[in-house]
Design a protein around this ligand. Sequence first.
Ligand code: C5P
Length: 278
Amino acid sequence: MQVSKQWPHGKVGFIMCCAVGGAKLGGRKVGEMRERIIVALDVPTRAEAFHLVKQLAGWVGAYKVGMQLYNSEGPDIVRDIQLMGGRVFVDLKFHDIPNTVAQTSRVMARRLAFMYTVHAGGGSKMLRAAAQAAAEEADILKVEKPLAIGVTVLTSITQQEFEQEMGMKMPIVEHVVALAKLAQQAGLDGVVCSPQEIAPVRAACGHKLLIITPGVRPNWAATDDQARIMTPGEAIQAGASYLVIGRPIIKAPNPREAAQRIAEEMNKAATQLLTPPA
Ligand code: C5P
């Protein structure tokens, strides 16, 4: 396959990895972009979550269980979604001393989480401890290692807050890139960042680091409270690995149809990225 040299190496490298058999995404083809949709199950009850999982089975790659659902229904919600055939992204954003986060990372492996989050700002000792513990525990249990993902700077933080409340004197994007590098060096599998930061992170960290992006909105969906958004196609073209999408799917009159439309848009974008200019 020929690709133009004018495209950023990391981005095309990442897409090619997925298209022709990259290890991280298990050799998925461009035609299987639906695997890169992670649906945020931002609902308060097990019943509502199950209803969505039933409707979306086979049409998306994973389900994100965040604080709301996890804390209202308890950790068994992870197992119950898995029993329905879904992979679960446990998004609880761990941030504590290295030993505590490492032991909790072992729990993530025991719960067979597909991926889970820690705050990249917890520092390299914490990140390294988390990545090592998750890998060790998975090895002991002979299960697939959960992907350890570092949350960089929350997209709700403004530049003004960043400077005035956190004492930081740089553009947020610079700090996001620095945290992504730290996470990568510590052995994490990927990072969460806003759509605007995908390209700089991809450029700085290469094609192996997974980039997970919320704040994605198709043109046909409401923007809700998300401010710095990109369409699914734009996010894929910028180099995203997985898109976390909530309301455009879970609040759609037909969630499966919404997921299908989004996957088609992602497919189109990935195909364009792989097609050499005439
Ligand atoms: O409904 P929507 O598509 O906006 O949902 C996005 C999901 O991604 C929510 O679960 C939200 O908590 C999460 N998220 C986010 N911005 C971040 C981190 C996580 O929107 N910086």
